[in-house]
Design a protein around this ligand. Structure first.
Ligand code: SF4
Ligand code: SF4
Length: 129
């Protein structure tokens, strides 16, 4: 099975709401600021909150990411964290995380074995290194 066999985004936006915040790396900030035509200082001040000393994307009053507007408005440059979902390292650390994440993500299949999940996550992580 391929990663695309066990996950297909249904564009519901549920993963763009709450859930602890989306960290942005220096590379993410460079790409997003070029895309929305601002500078890193203004971006961190006006589009982010600090969490554990690192910037995370700020949220709207309803809890959605500030870049959510029925779709991701920065899709081509969205943060690494968003691009990787749901093929993240935490699933390799504990495969049960896949089932927990699937509780909020209707695009993830839960009727596949742990071995297949781990194989697909490994493949995607290697591809995105
Ligand atoms: S929760 Fe899952 S299906 Fe919904 S937008 Fe996020 S990745 Fe796509
Ligand atoms: S950047 Fe886009 S994909 Fe990531 S949380 Fe915000 S709206 Fe969702």
């Amino acid at each position: 099975m391929k990663p695309s066999d066990i996950f297909k985004c249904e564009k519901c936006g549920d993963c763009c709401k709450g859930y602890g915040g989306t960290y942005v790396t220096v590379k993410d900030i460079e790409a997003i600021t070029a895309y929305i035509k601002t500078d890193p200082e203004n971006f961190v001040e006006n589009y982010c909150n600090m969490s554990g000393g690192r910037p995370v994307l700020a949220q709207q009053k309803d809890g959605y990411c500030m870049f959510w507007d029925n779709l991701c408005t920065i899709h081509p440059v969205k943060p690494k964290m968003c691009k990787q979902w749901p093929f993240i390292k935490n699933v390799l650390i504990d495969v049960n995380n896949w089932q927990i994440m699937a509780g909020i993500c209707p695009g993830m299949r839960i009727d596949v074995s742990d071995d297949i999940i781990k194989e697909c996550v490994s493949k995607e992580l290697l591809k995105n290194q």
